[in-house]
Design a binder for this molecule. Structure first.
Ligand SMILES: [Fe+2]
Ligand SMILES: [Fe+2]
Length: 491
């Protein structure tokens, strides 16, 4: 009996654990919540509209309308819930995109009863899987295919099955695709596969070839060549429209992340020319953060791109940061005003956010700028200020935050702290000594409460330490000796 209770408790605890989001949930604004509910209600009404327009026969008919309305409404709300669960950082614009695409499919399938499911379900799946992930895309497909209306020429179950399989393939691969070239391959191979599947299950006759014209392309469901051609065209159109959708709905696709990580991008070129020391620091940081994120199974593409842009705010005054001084005089010494120096350090966050917005960086990348510093103390200038006035307020020597809200931004904060210390380490230092330094820096940030919102497990913290050590071992042969004292914290 005791064993059974223990087992039940264990199952319950693991269920509770699985329910905890890996990232902090973004709260939707009240107005957005009402608007989303309104769009869901409109969507349900459109779906029930056909039933309403028919003459009312009896009570059962009215009941079926009500059931249909609530069925669709609940489906929409479930879709919103799944998308929030799959990606807790999803914003209201992206939820609108989900519902609007569902609405478009619904309007098309009600008004054009002869239209094939294939070209109207698969292209939106490609957009959603790229922008919001596989689970959300699969849920969207399931709901979009519910209640497919009977067409005058008779529904072919095989076609719905082919549509479902093609959509699932697109949803699964779409979530992993990392370049526009791979997207192009999918937009050719999936229609080709669908065409072969239709030939096998539905058969092809000479009429299909004879009837292949522009009008049939949109309206003729029975023509499998039209279906596949229209599917390929709409998938290509989806790929062309993807960058516009990315900026309108704030989608961050893997392809977009890879494009932003291109070091020939104007902003990164500016960083490498105007602040070469910061750029070097950024590159080593990328290696540390990437390895740690890979170890814990996080979003490597996101952390790489976030790391590249995390210190762009230093462009406002590169020579005020130690890594760009190249042995020349430190302007902070001439200024001799710790409070003003602290303001200059905070400015690298504030200006960074401004520059990022000016260059149109997506929000998940902008988040790396304030969160990599969190609410850390500017230790060096705080101790200088305390030398002058013991009662100085610590608040003025702390970054404004917020503390890291995701595992990726938290890893960047840890890597940022460790990078300078590892660079400054003796070339003959042992692995044990390096691990000790890494642990000290990471434990300090944990005790300081910087990782409270990033939900790391103990095992993940251990993996992060080990991965930093591994990167250090790889690069130590080409390390540069840095003055230890001045590099204690990343300004
Ligand atoms: Fe920084
Ligand atoms: Fe940094």
């Amino acid at each position: 009996m005791q064993n059974l209770t223990r087992l039940t408790k264990k199952i319950y605890n693991s269920w509770i654990k699985s329910q905890a989001p890996t990232k902090k949930l973004t709260k939707l604004k009240k107005l957005d919540k009402y608007l989303i509910l309104l769009v869901c209600i409109i969507f349900s009404m459109i779906t029930s509209f056909e039933l309403v327009t028919k003459p009312i026969h009896n009570l059962n008919f009215i009941l079926s309308i009500i059931i249909n309305f609530f069925e669709i409404l609940i489906c929409c709300l479930v879709l919103v819930y799944i998308s929030k669960k799959d990606d807790p950082t999803i914003n209201s614009r992206q939820i609108f995109l989900l519902i609007i695409l569902l609405l478009i499919v619904q309007v098309l399938k009600i008004n054009f009863k002869t239209i094939s499911a294939l070209p109207i379900i698969v292209p939106p799946t490609l957009i959603l899987s790229q922008g919001m992930g596989t689970i959300t895309a699969l849920s969207w497909v399931s709901i979009a295919l519910i209640n497919w209306p009977n067409s005058p020429i008779g529904i072919n179950e095989y076609l719905l099955l082919i549509t479902f399989v093609a959509s699932c393939i697109v949803a699964i691969f779409g979530g992993k695709i990392r370049s526009r070239a791979q997207l192009l391959q999918v937009s050719i191979l999936v229609p080709l596969g669908a065409f072969i599947a239709q030939c096998l299950f539905l058969g092809i006759d000479n009429n299909d070839l004879y009837n292949f014209n522009l009008q049939n392309l949109i309206l003729e469901r029975g023509n499998i060549i039209s279906d596949s051609f229209l599917l390929a065209t709409l998938m290509l159109l989806a790929i062309i429209l993807m960058p516009i959708l990315e900026s309108i709905f704030g989608l961050v696709t893997k392809a977009r992340l890879l494009e932003l990580a291109d070091q020939e991008k104007p902003l990164l070129r500016r960083l490498s020319v105007e602040a070469p020391g910061t750029f070097e620091h950024t590159l080593l940081l990328c290696g540390l953060a990437e390895e740690a994120t890979r170890m814990i199974g996080g979003n490597v593409d996101l952390v790489r791109t976030g790391a590249l842009y995390h210190d762009i705010g230093k462009l406002h005054a590169p020579n005020w940061f130690i890594e760009n001084q190249n042995g020349k005089n430190n302007p902070h010494d001439e200024l001799d005003n710790p409070l003003e120096s602290a303001k200059i350090l905070q400015a690298h966050v504030d200006k960074g956010i401004q520059i990022a917005r000016k260059y149109g960086l997506p929000k998940p990348i902008v988040n790396f700028i304030p969160e990599h510093q969190g609410t850390l103390k500017m230790g060096y200038f705080l101790s200088k200020a305390k030398e002058k006035d013991k009662n100085v307020s610590e608040k003025n020597f702390k970054y404004k935050g917020p503390i890291p809200q995701s595992k990726e931004t938290a890893i960047l904060m840890l890597a940022d702290g460790c990078e300078a210390a590892l660079r400054a380490m003796d070339i003959n230092a042992s692995d044990k000594e390096a691990l000790k330094i890494i642990s000290k820096i990471i434990n300090f940030r944990i005790e300081d409460g910087q990782l409270l919102d990033s939900n790391f497990s103990r095992g993940e913290i251990y993996l992060i330490k080990i991965s930093f050590l591994n990167v250090w071992k790889r690069v130590r042969h080409r390390r540069i000796q840095y003055p230890t004292e001045k590099n204690k914290s990343c300004p």
